[in-house]
Write a protein that binds this ligand. Structure first.
Ligand SMILES: [Fe+2]
Length: 293
């Protein structure tokens, strides 16, 4: 077990997630604390903090310790004037939830993003959990024969595989329309290794999601469809997961290179409001690797 001098780390399940305590994110963190949080994130793919009453600006200040933040764009989610990096994910009676599928954020981009920091601003009284999946555990959970088949494959990842679905239709209307069109036009289908090695840990990650992986290349269309169905079922195995119950002020920080998430859409017509930040690059990980050379 890794030792931490500044934080306490409690694994949430055998294969995925950990709770970090002994730290007050509102007060701000220092570089030593950021390095330990990063180390826990590398080990557990997603880390959770309870009872963090941070404003959007404080949430952004926390996230900036790990790398540059992306400016939020009004498209599928709302934005805020006081904190340009925060996306507001709001679901209520008029806006039913629909992120009930496994995905990693930004998988469809030419340069997928590193991390997401999500805070429960107004969680529903019951329901609205998020399920996280360790893609390192999912990879290890495949048979040796299947790993040999998949290891050198390239996947095709497509924004429109998900966003052209009927459930997403409302994003193409109203104030987010322009942002949706812009995001689509900037992100034509893109190729990524299906099983990259994690740039920091060196571990294999099964970089696959039911919603953004459009095809597995190098096999026939029917074989690709069959592999897609198998991997979708495989990644949904509870053994690779942790299911987080949110409370107001809970924060989840996940590594999009090594995890999937699924927002359980069981709370409608109740309201669920979340604040999300996107960290584009793992700048802290890169600097730690460089220092270790
Ligand atoms: Fe997401």
């Amino acid at each position: 077990m890794q030792d931490y001098a500044h934080i306490s780390v409690q694994p949430a399940s055998r294969n995925c997630g950990a709770f970090i305590s002994g730290i007050d994110l509102k007060a701000g963190i220092n570089d030593s604390e950021a390095r330990e949080i990063h180390a826990a994130l590398m080990r557990h793919q997603v880390v959770f903090f309870r009872d963090q009453d941070v404003s959007p600006i404080e949430q952004a200040a926390f996230a900036k310790h790990f790398g540059p933040l992306r400016q939020a764009r009004r498209a599928a989610f709302e934005t805020r004037d006081d904190s340009p990096e925060v996306s507001v994910i709001i679901n209520d009676r008029e806006r039913p939830p629909y992120i009930d599928h496994f995905h990693a954020d930004g998988m469809f981009r030419g340069k997928p993003e590193f991390g997401s920091v999500l805070k429960a601003e107004q969680p529903p009284e019951i329901g609205g959990d998020t399920i996280f999946v360790s893609l390192t555990a999912a990879w290890r959970g495949l048979s040796e024969s299947m790993r040999a088949l998949l290891e050198d494959k390239i996947g095709l990842y497509d924004f429109m595989r998900l966003h052209s679905s009927p459930e997403k239709a409302r994003n193409w209307e109203g104030p987010g329309r322009e942002g949706m069109i812009q995001t689509r036009d900037e992100n034509p289908p893109v190729k990524h290794p299906l099983v990259p090695r994690h740039p920091v840990t060196g571990e294999h990650c099964l970089y696959f999601s039911e919603s953004f992986t459009a095809a597995i290349l190098g096999v026939t269309k029917y074989e690709s469809e069959g592999l897609h169905a198998m991997l979708t079922r495989h990644c949904a195995k509870p053994e690779f997961q942790y299911r987080l119950q949110w409370r107001k002020g809970t924060i989840a920080f996940w590594d999009n290179r090594s995890s999937l998430h699924y927002a359980v859409a069981d709370y409608w017509p109740d309201t669920r409001i979340m604040h999300r930040l996107t960290i584009e690059d793992d700048a802290l990980g890169a600097s730690m690797l460089k220092a270790a050379e």
